[in-house]
Design a protein around this ligand. Structure first.
Ligand code: AMP
Ligand code: MG
Length: 418
């Protein structure tokens, strides 16, 4: 008898997965190896930035008061008494009518309180003249204007990107405490599957999900361990899933979660004693997406249909893996865009359409990326985003505003918002 499965809403499914995530331990890494990791400690300013008053330009450091009353008719003249390159300091304070030639990034000499840009001066025998008065503080990068010592600048749980690395380097964090990275196992199931290098034979198709999931993980900086392809056989599949669970932190399988005669994943979960969090989601594609938990490990049973498999990974596995690393912004960013073509079909379940977005003079337009069935593979290749149409809707027309999830973004958001 075919089991009747009760679909749950996508948000509820995401919530169930996320509430079963077990964060991994932390480790200390050299700064150069932290790109793509998640901060396990906040970044606190260890000193002011900039650490001293400095010149933002190449020019001359002066006392503003000496420029008072300057105009085109009455140019003020300054004596240049020395030069300060970046990394150097003035040998003495300046006095009335004096200036130092100063380079970008150099420390402002004592008594100076303004910088005149090179372009604002006219050279003369003793130095230069200028034609406008300067305010005290004009053209000076103030100590601490960027960050004040002791300030918490970035919270723990933030994904480290190149800008974060720059900030860590600024404060001398040569070693950084970050969350460990999970190792993900990937197993493709299906007797019909051929290896990528194999010639096609009747009834068989090449395994595209395995390499795709591997790449989805790589895009996140996550290492994957491939368990290859398995024929639909309960005993051997159970064995390999058990083995994969011993060797990895999270397991992603593709195929075998429907209710066909050879869909063995549900039976495998049962044999292993894994708790199934859901086995039907009110979404298209990927309604058969199944997630189970065994001990502290999540098992993502993605549909074998390529578009469903892709979408299931991005919606459920990706945020869960990021949350395992302590990331507090694990969800794909959502934007609104103008629908690029009619999509008249009814949406009994929440629909996720592989699409591509581009900026136009009308704003951001997202257009479905062609053949869009759950089994489609060409539209995944063409797409760079996912249009989301709510359940219970129909008749979307070109020009209407729709929600769009952005793929491949380094920075995520805190909440699942659909
Ligand atoms: P299943 O989820 O096992 O019922 O498979 C659903 C559909 O996806 C079937 O047409 C399969 O042949 C196809 N499929 C399953 N696994 C893969 C895979 N690894 N790569 C490409 N297509 C697959
Ligand atoms: Mg199958």
């Amino acid at each position: 008898m075919v089991e009747i499965r009760k679909p749950i809403q996508v948000a509820e499914a995401v919530e169930r997965v996320m509430s079963h995530v077990q964060p991994l331990k932390t480790e200390i890494l050299d700064l150069e190896h932290t790109y793509g990791r998640v901060l396990a400690e906040p970044i606190v300013a260890k000193h002011d930035v900039p650490p001293f008053d400095r010149s933002p330009y190449d020019g001359f450091a002066i006392r503003a008061i000496d420029s008072a009353g300057a105009s085109g008719e009455e140019r003020k003249s300054f004596n240049v008494v020395g030069e300060i390159g970046a990394g150097h300091v003035a040998h003495r304070p300046i006095e009335q009518g004096e200036s130092f030639r100063i380079m970008t990034g150099a420390l402002i000499p004592e008594q100076a309180d303004a910088v005149v840009m090179l372009e604002q001066t006219v050279e003369n025998d003793i130095g230069f003249t200028l034609r406008k008065p300067f305010e005290p503080g004009e053209n000076i990068s103030r100590q601490g204007e960027d960050a004040k010592q002791g300030e918490q600048l970035i919270e723990a749980g933030t994904l480290i990107h190149p800008g974060t690395i720059a900030l860590l380097a600024t404060f001398g964090y040569s070693q950084v405490r970050v969350a460990k990275k999970p190792v993900a196992g990937v197993l493709s199931t299906g007797t019909e599957l051929l290896d990528v290098a194999d010639e096609l034979v009747p009834g068989k198709i090449r395994n595209s999900n395995g390499p795709m999931i591997h790449a989805q993980l790589t895009r996140m900086g996550i290492e994957s361990k491939s368990y290859g392809m398995m024929e639909d056989n309960l005993d051997s599949c159970t064995e390999i899933v058990e083995c994969a669970l011993r060797e990895t932190d999270v397991l992603i399988t593709t195929g075998g979660v429907s209710v066909g005669d050879f869909d063995y994943l549900p039976a495998i979960y049962e044999r292993l004693g894994a708790k199934v969090l859901f086995n039907k989601v009110a979404m298209r594609p990927g309604s058969v997406t199944t997630v189970a938990v065994l001990g502290d490990k999540l098992l993502f049973g993605l549909s074998g249909n390529p578009s469903a498999c892709f979408t299931g990974f991005e919606l459920f596995a990706r945020p869960a893996i990021l949350a395992m690393m302590g990331c507090t912004t694990p969800y794909m960013p959502r934007i609104q865009a103008i629908l690029g073509e009619d999509f008249k079909k009814a949406n009994p379940f929440t629909r996720f359409i592989r699409a591509s977005w581009e900026m136009t003079s009308q704003g951001i337009v997202a257009t479905p990326a062609g053949f869009n069935k759950s089994s489609a593979v060409s539209s995944i290749a063409r797409g760079n985003c996912i249009i989301v149409l709510p359940s219970g809707t129909r008749g979307f027309e070109k020009g209407m505003v729709v929600d769009v999830l952005l793929l491949g973004m380094e920075q995520g958001v805190e909440r699942w918002e659909l």
